[in-house]
Design a protein around this ligand. Structure first.
Ligand SMILES: NC(=O)c1ccc[n+]([C@@H]2O[C@H](COP(=O)([O-])OP(=O)(O)OC[C@H]3O[C@@H](n4cnc5c(N)ncnc54)[C@H](O)[C@@H]3O)[C@@H](O)[C@H]2O)c1
Length: 596
């Protein structure tokens, strides 16, 4: 028989605590909600009211249910109010000494059978538990932000947590409509251990002016389908909390430099820029606690489609190559109204590319996304050639040939001879330094990277890579072209992985290392990232789709360029690739796909 929880206590009604109160009260459980002072209590009450009022306004909660929910919550200052609850969840700031003091006090105040739980993200539940005389009844119940929305709960058992306490808490999570993963006490558990290295890396990119906050966030949302960009997520988490989590993970998690908080974070916390809760963090919000971003001095000016910053007019575009990317890019430009010259290495290849473009456009017609007339017009804009000489009068060249530096350099040297002055020369490379191809020409100022994502007609993102020689006009031209294609162009520096791959692949590699260390299973890790962070796919699902060989190659590039020890490819990833388990394409990767 699972234990009955009729009344629970929540300590600390900040970002997490207020949401946790709501989760319990929504599910018919009485809550004693406790804060340190009357003003803090009022803030907590206001947060709960704001959240439930929004739920009513959105039609997700009936008014009567909201009122009943509020009646279930009893607010109080000080821990004494918790004397007769069945379970306490602590959600005070992420400091070990504070949490230990609170647990010692809870141990005195609460009944002997009460379960004491912490919502800590990174501190040792074991160290917190030994501040009490009942460490076997202490457990981690780690909710995700926002608690009423995110489905995941990480249940953290220490070596002394009693098995029946774990079972009771698991049953409680099910009653709350949550999905739990039960794990051992390790810094960052599953989700934060995989998330925070990525978040910190993104802050580092911002700090070093590698890309703007808007571009970093847009890249991860549009390139990976994440619900929020990393900097917006930092603002939601709270920069003070994020700083403490990183600091603890750095110290507890083997002093991985990737967890050493980027100095800017500390400066922002000291300056009171804590994110949404203080009204300002990486972005500025309407008021403290509001999710609405308002423009500030760093907000880019809207150009309303006008050619900004000296962008050059582009009418005719050359696309070189005959693979998947070239085919998709030809289609994208032709559909957007550009005149396109496709150049391949022979008319046979041109015929194949032409067929592929036709097939893809026809699919658009069948799906009702394109009229027959528009299809015919798009095809009519494309001319097919097997010689680069036909690029003499284009305004922009997009190169999408094989990913080999010598081939690309030779091609750019030829383009330099053939193309008229002022043309923007773009490479779609995903891993080679753009400056290498730029220096194969006498006009490196006109060379940029245009990193399209596969499939190009579908994916809304393009990374615009500027080298240290790229002119502002060439960058502005590339960005304006992306906008004209209906895509978001994000501008970044010329470093391995640009924005998306540099942030994505180390996270995937970390997931492999976590699996390799037997901390959790592939299923639980995938669940944790999907249900705790709202990712569209878990890391192992994604690795199997992308291909383990491709992922390993990208991770190796990152490691070689940045020499970051934490980027070293996971041995398990190398072994799977060696064994020929490359993912869906070989019907086996991290999972067996032979029966699907
Ligand atoms: N922010 C997140 O996204 C997130 C997600 C999951 C878990 N957590 C964890 O939840 C915990 C709380 O984080 P947060 O972001 O909600 O912090 P927060 O700063 O938003 O809120 C903390 C609250 O605790 C109150 N408090 C401080 N001392 C207290 C005391 N002695 N007694 C009662 N209340 C006290 C504060 O007044 C404040 O309202 C941390 O352990 C954090 O790691 C945070």
């Amino acid at each position: 028989m699972a234990r009955e929880f009729s009344t629970v206590g929540v300590v600390g009604l900040g970002t997490m605590g207020a949401g946790i109160v709501e989760v319990f009260a929504r599910n018919g459980i009485d809550v004693v909600a406790v804060e340190i002072s009357a003003p803090a209590l009022e803030r907590g009450r206001a947060t709960l009211k704001g959240s439930t009022d929004r739920a009513v306004a959105k039609g997700k909660l009936a008014e009567a249910d909201r009122d009943a929910l509020h009646e279930r919550v009893h607010f109080a200052v000080g821990l004494d109010a918790l004397h007769s609850v069945d379970l306490v969840i602590e959600a005070v700031p992420e400091h070990l000494d504070l949490k230990q003091r609170i647990f010692a006090e809870l141990d005195r105040v609460c009944r002997p059978e009460t379960i004491l739980a912490t919502n800590t993200s990174s501190l040792s539940v074991t160290e917190i538990s030994v501040a009490t005389s009942r460490p076997n009844q202490v457990i981690g119940i780690h909710f995700f932000n926002p608690a009423p929305v995110m489905k995941l709960v990480e249940v953290v058992r220490t070596v002394v947590t009693a098995p029946e306490v774990v079972a009771d808490v698991e049953a409680l999570c099910a009653r709350l409509g949550k999905v739990d993963v039960t794990i051992n006490d390790r810094a960052g558990f599953i989700a934060n251990a995989l998330l925070f290295g990525y978040l910190n890396h993104a802050v580092g990119m911002f700090e070093s002016h590698y890309a703007t906050r808007e571009d970093i966030d847009a890249a991860m949302k549009l390139g990976c389908g994440l619900p929020m960009g990393p900097l917006a997520l930092m603002d939601l988490i709270g920069l003070d909390t994020a700083y403490e989590i990183l600091d603890t993970m750095y110290r507890r998690g083997g002093r991985d430099r990737r967890h050493a908080p980027v100095p800017l974070l500390k400066q922002m916390v000291t300056a009171g820029l804590l994110g949404r809760k203080s009204g300002r963090g990486f972005y500025t919000y309407e008021r403290p606690g509001s999710p609405v971003v308002v423009p500030d001095e760093a907000t880019p000016l809207a150009t309303d489609g006008a050619l900004a910053d000296g962008a050059r007019a582009i009418a005719k575009v050359g696309v070189v190559g005959s693979g998947t990317m070239a085919t998709g890019i030809i289609e994208v430009f032709a559909k957007a109204g550009y005149e396109v010259v496709s150049v391949t290495r022979g008319m046979e290849k041109s015929a194949k590319v032409c067929e592929a473009v036709k097939t893809s456009l026809n699919k658009g017609v069948v799906r009702g996304k394109l009229s027959e007339a528009d299809r015919d017009a798009a095809l009519g804009r494309i001319s097919w050639s097997a010689t680069l000489d036909h690029l003499a009068d284009v305004d922009l060249v997009v190169e999408a040939v094989v990913e080999e530096l010598s081939v690309k350099k030779a091609l750019f040297a030829s383009l330099d001879e053939i193309c008229k002055p002022g043309v923007v020369l773009a490479t779609t490379t995903s891993s080679l330094p753009v400056i290498d191809v730029a220096m194969a020409t006498h006009r490196p100022a006109d060379v940029v990277g245009l990193h399209f994502f596969n499939p190009a007609p579908v994916m809304p993102l393009v990374e615009v890579v500027r080298t240290i020689r790229t002119s502002p006009e060439a960058t502005a031209t590339a960005r304006a072209v992306c906008a004209a294609l209906g895509k978001t162009g994000v501008v970044c520096g010329d470093r391995s992985g640009f924005i998306v791959n540099a942030l994505l692949f180390p996270y995937l590699n970390d997931a492999v290392k976590m699996l390799e260390a037997s901390y959790s299973t592939a299923d639980d890790i995938d669940h944790a990232m999907k249900l705790g962070c709202g990712y569209p796919m878990g890391p192992f699902e994604l690795l199997d789709v992308v291909g383990l060989d491709v992922s390993l190659a990208i991770q190796r590039e990152l490691y070689l360029e940045l020499r970051e020890p934490g980027f070293a490819p996971a041995p398990l990833l190398e072994h799977l690739v060696t064994a020929g388990y490359l993912g869906r394409k070989t019907r086996r990767g991290f999972r067996d796909h032979s029966h699907r």
